[in-house]
Structures are given as C-alpha cells and as structure tokens.
Design a protein around this ligand. Structure first.
Ligand code: ATP
Ligand code: MG
Length: 412
C-alpha cells in the first residue's frame, strides 16, 4: 500500500461517531437527566444572589459517591445562574476550583483570582493580602462570585482547620460589607469535615444536598442522551444501552457511576470503529467492560476449578448468546444447546435440577449473571448472561474442555 492509500484508508475509515467529544469527561451536557431536584435545591439556596445580591454569603454542600454528577451539576448550575444574573444586569461570575489540584490556601486563592482574570500581582503576597486585594477589586467593580470548591476534602486535609475557617468565615470579620463570595463545597462524604471545629463544620453543612448513586433506568436515560449526541443514528441500539446501564446500575449490583457508564459506551464505540463495524454490538460492550472492570477477566483463574459439565454449560451459554445477539437468553435455550454439545462430545448430559445447581454456582462465582424474566406466555423463566468478552472466554473454555476430555475421559 502506498502512503497515500494508508492515509486515505485511515481518514475514510468507517466510524460510528458523529461527535466523540460528547463522551469525554470535560463535556458538559445541555441537560442533566435525574438531577432536576438537585438543581432546584441549589436554586432555592442561591436565589437571593439574583433577588437581593450581596445581602448574605450563601453556601451549599454537595455530597455523594464517585461519578454521581456532583461536579457537572455545580458547573451547569453555575453557568445558568450566571446567565440569569446577566439578564438582571448583575455581574455574577462562576469559579470552579479543584482542590485535588489546588489544595493550599495560597493555591486556592490564586486560582480564584486567575479565573476571575483580576489584575493583581500575586508575587510576594500572603494569602490574607491576596484575599483583601480580591475583595476590594470585586467591591470596586461590583462583581459577585459563586465559587465551587470541588474535592473539598483535599483542602481540609492539606490546608487544615484555620485555612478553612479563614476562607469560609471571612465575613465574620467584616459584617457590614456586601457579601460577594458564595460557595458550593463538594466532597464524596462528610466525614472529612469532622476534623474541623464544630462551628465551621455546621457552617459548611448548613445546606446539604445528597447525590445518590444512579439506578440502571437513570443511567439508561443519561446514556441515551450521550448516544444521540455522539453517535450516528442507528449505530447503537437501545438494547446495547440497556446492557451497559444494567451493569452499572446500583440496583443491579453496580456502582451507580455515570462516568464509568459513559466510558464503557466510548470504549465500545471505539471497539466497533477499530473493527470497521457499522454498529456497536453487545460484544463490543463486553470488550469495553473488560477494560474498565478488569476483575471481569480475573474470573479466568477460577475457571480452572470448574467441572467439565460447568464448562460445557458456559460454552453453551456463550454460543446461545452469540446466536441470539441478545444480552440475556433463556435457560431452556441454553440447556438445549448444552445437550447438543454433550452429544457432540459423546458425554451424557446432566438433568435439569443439576444444571440449575451449576448455574447457581457459576452465578456465585460471578462468571454468569442470572435473573428472572418478566411474566411471559409460559410464565417466568431464568435468564442468563455473561459480561466478559465472549470470544476470549470461549477460547479459554475450549482449552479447558479439551484438557479435561483428554485426561479423564473415563470419569465423565
Ligand atoms: N445526570 C447526568 N446527566 C448527564 N451526564 C451526567 C449526569 N451525571 C453525571 N454525568 C456525567 O458523568 C460523569 C461523571 O459526573 P461528575 O464528574 O459530575 O461526577 P462526580 O460526582 O463529580 O464524581 P467524582 O466524585 O468522582 O468527582 C461526567 O462526564 C458527567 O458529565
Ligand atoms: Mg467530581
């Protein structure tokens, strides 16, 4: 191939993405499904920024686990209220400081000054002098600020009680000035606050907004929004989205983490693109999951301890999942395939009750997922699924089956 051919084949490669940026962590979506009530609570707390600006220094604390939307909610709210203020001719600026990066008092105040683009020469000033310069500048130019201190636990830990006190209770010293600094604090849990003195702690905790881990159906809505923004129409079926949401949802044993769910969607899309596929398949998702959740692959150690019939059952499940191209398949269909495979190898298949025990065991070892179906024509049935990439798993299972068949043929 000439260099030109190579270039062209890369540039013109089939892609499922119309705008991949919408799947990157920096992307701020236009609306946040399932965070409406949180934004409403923020609006209640900060409304006097618009109605009576300067009357009080307002604050809220956002708390919740990994990837539950704390940062993005603060940013979206900050942007909206900034625009609303502008319509009322109020110069409200939103500042977002990540205390994981800037964790000393000096770093946090200089970052605030930098983001506000205030022309104060910082060199040689103490944090207190910087703060006074900042306050007088925003007083002179009639500026209000909403400042998010994200990953605030790092600041508490590194800067300590006195710095926290200085930053958040500044106006105790100047009760009569207009209050131009307002705060959103963000942390994963509130235990970090317990090292503060009780008044500062209760000052910060005055308005606590809790962010719950996402359920599967909530992640589904979040992922559908991203799919529509990032992928060409028809390249990712709803079923694929449901499969990802089902793996991450807190009600399905996942972490309820939107970041990780979106990352799986991105990686699945990249796997499809890499293969030159026009569609993102369930197998692409399984491959993506094995990257984001490496423990899924670790299963392969435990495979060594399985009995031959368990291995054959997994093999049957893999084949049925692939043939149906479905995230879950009925246990009856898997049993049928299992009996067929037994026949091929000239092995006597086990009875249904025994199969059921194998399934329970495999479920216990997290190799297989099992759940009850909704009520169908023939009542409820058990549905089975596998999260690990089928291709890699099947290869390993085949090796183990062959090994077992060759060594102890007589005992089967
Ligand atoms: N309700 C939602 N709608 C759309 N996207 C969301 C929603 N919640 C979270 N996300 C997305 O999920 C990712 C993680 O969210 P975010 O960064 O806000 O989590 P976090 O709670 O700050 O987590 P951490 O504690 O790890 O910092 C981001 O890409 C964000 O845009
Ligand atoms: Mg965050």
């Amino acid at each position: 191939m000439s260099v030109r051919d190579v270039l062209e084949s890369v540039i013109k490669r089939i892609t499922v993405f119309k705008n991949k940026d919408a799947l990157y962590p920096e992307f701020i979506p236009p609306i946040l499904p399932h965070r409406e009530t949180h934004i409403k609570q923020l609006a209640e707390i900060f409304k006097s920024l618009i109605t009576y600006p300067g009357s009080a220094s307002l604050r809220a604390m956002l708390v919740g686990g990994v990837g539950v939307g704390k940062t993005v909610t603060a940013r979206v709210f900050g942007n909206e209220i900034k625009h609303l203020a502008k319509e009322q001719s109020i110069d409200l600026r939103y500042v977002h400081v990540n205390c994981h990066r800037d964790r000393t008092l000096y770093e946090v105040i200089s970052e605030i000054i930098r983001q506000l683009a205030i022309p104060i020469p910082l060199r040689g000033l103490s944090p207190r002098e910087m703060m006074i310069a900042l306050l007088s500048y925003i007083e002179k130019h009639n500026i209000y600020t909403l400042i998010t201190l994200d990953e605030f636990d790092y600041f508490i830990h590194t800067a300590g009680n006195d710095s926290v006190y200085f930053l958040v209770r500044l106006y105790d010293e100047y009760p009569d000035v207009k209050k131009r600094l307002n705060f959103i604090f963000i942390a994963r849990d509130i235990t970090a606050l317990s090292t503060l003195d009780p008044t500062t702690e209760s000052y910060i905790l005055k308005h606590l907004i809790k962010f719950e881990q996402y359920k599967a159906r909530e992640l589904y809505d979040i992922l559908i929004q991203r799919r529509d923004l990032a992928f060409y129409e028809g390249t990712v079926d709803d079923e694929v989205i449901r499969f990802i949401a089902g793996n991450e949802g807190v009600d399905k044993g996942g972490e309820g983490n939107a970041r990780s769910a979106i990352e799986v969607l991105l990686l699945a899309g990249e796997a499809a693109e890499h293969e030159g596929s026009h569609k993102v398949s369930l197998e692409h998702v399984r491959k993506a999951l094995s990257v984001t959740h490496p423990d899924i692959i670790k299963v392969s150690d435990e495979l060594n301890f399985l009995q031959i019939h368990e291995l054959l059952l997994i093999k049957a499940l893999i084949r049925t999942l692939r043939a149906r191209a479905a995230p879950f398949v009925r246990i009856g269909d898997v049993e049928e395939e299992y009996r067929y495979i037994c026949q091929l190898h000239n092995i006597k298949p086990r009875k249904h009750t025994q199969i059921y025990e194998y399934v329970n065991n495999l479920k216990h070892m997290n190799i297989v997922n099992a759940k009850l179906s909704g009520k169908g024509l023939r009542g409820r049935t058990t549905l089975l699924s596998i999260v690990a990439p089928l291709d890699a798993l099947e290869k390993r299972i085949d090796e183990l089956i062959n090994k077992k068949l060759n060594t102890n043929r007589d005992t089967l």
